[in-house]
Write a protein that binds this ligand. Structure first.
Ligand code: FES
Length: 354
């Protein structure tokens, strides 16, 4: 993230004023906003100031703040936040903004920046010797599908190669920037797939305008639904009958409706916080069982329920001794509390037996 500061004092012009045409445009723009909301015009006015002088000067920021009766800091915040505002002098014929965000980077934006470095200046925000060209790296410009791309003033040039960018720079330098076509620089149509259509390839068979009768028949035979029918319900249910109009033309008879309607049950304040009887019953049963002997068998872990306590202390291995039916579980007895024989002792025994 770059720190955006105003240009040095030496290059700042002392005054700014809109030309008469731009002033009329600015006043008209301010009037587009409701009374008390004129400050919303800050971005268009700064843009117009930039178009007039080529970059946004400190004097222009002060002028816009005065026109909109805004605190200077608010206008400064806007001007320094958006990268569309150039805060230093840029090339008079072209300022090239190269998108360096991931999709463009993966599709070769680094090579485009190399072209700018070699043809304009090694560093961004510096003009070439003639002061006609400059460049900078910017974040995503919203044309990722046609990456890599650049912006020059308000226009986007997409699907670029280093060679094509080099040609575009030459044309701007020669003052012929207005003849360079904008958008994709390949034969791609807007953002259609670069390798040609992969779906809707037989679109003619299903569209009204481009289809012939045989094509329509072919589409119907293939089970395709024409776009005009696509949203229609595929059911014969009477409520989907398109002839049914809503709301009903028959005026509702309120007295009749009242007579036919069922009264809502009265609110039972005593029962309002109670659960359903079966839920209440289960809660009571559990509470009772817990008081008696802790968790009931069905709420214990299976090992515990079977008399095989295993736990963090590892008191007894499941294979060692099971509780005998009808006798209390050995859990908690001295036998269980004694540490089980160590693995080493067991191994020694086994070794001796061999
Ligand atoms: S990443 Fe370059 S336009 Fe979006």
């Amino acid at each position: 993230m770059t720190v955006r500061r105003l240009a040095d004092v030496e290059v700042q012009p002392p005054h700014f004023a809109f030309t008469s045409d731009n002033l009329a445009w600015a006043e008209k723009t301010i009037r587009k906003y409701p009374e008390g909301r004129e400050q919303s015009a800050v971005i268009p006015l700064l843009m117009r100031a930039q178009e007039q002088d080529g970059w946004v000067t400190r004097a222009a920021i002060e002028h816009v703040a005065a026109m909109l009766e805004m605190p200077l800091i608010r206008v400064l915040e806007v001007a320094t936040f958006y990268t569309q505002f150039q805060l230093k002098p840029v090339g008079t014929k072209a300022h090239i903004q190269v998108c360096g965000t991931t999709p463009c980077m993966l599709r070769g934006s680094e090579a485009l920046m190399d072209v700018c470095r070699s043809k304009i200046h090694h560093d961004q925000f510096h003009t070439n010797e003639a002061g006609t060209l400059s460049w900078e790296e910017v974040e995503c410009q919203g044309a990722c599908v046609n990456a890599p791309m650049i912006m020059i003033f308000k226009d986007a040039y997409e699907d670029l190669t280093p060679e094509r960018l080099s040609e575009i720079i030459d044309e701007f330098e020669a003052g012929k920037g207005d003849v360079v076509p904008t958008g994709p620089q390949t034969d791609r149509v807007f953002s259609a797939p670069a390798t040609g259509l992969t779906s809707l390839t037989d679109e003619k068979a299903v569209t009204k305008s481009g289809s012939s009768k045989p094509a329509r028949k072919a589409g119907a035979d293939a089970g395709m639904v024409a776009p005009s029918q696509a949203a229609k319900p595929k059911t014969a249910a009477p409520e989907t009958d398109p002839s049914i109009k809503s709301p009903s033309p028959v005026k509702a008879d309120q007295a009749k409706e009242r007579a036919e309607s069922v009264e809502a049950p009265k609110e039972n304040k005593a029962a309002v916080d109670k659960s359903a009887p079966e839920v209440e019953g289960e809660a009571k049963r559990r509470k009772h069982a817990d008081k008696k002997d802790g968790a009931t068998a069905e709420h214990r872990a299976p090992e515990v329920a079977e008399g095989e306590p295993i736990g963090p202390a590892g008191r007894r291995r499941p294979s060692e001794k099971k509780a005998e039916p009808g006798k209390p579980s050995p859990e908690g007895t001295d036998e269980v509390k004694k540490p089980s024989r160590s693995r080493k002792a067991k191994t020694d025994d086994e070794g001796g037996a061999k």
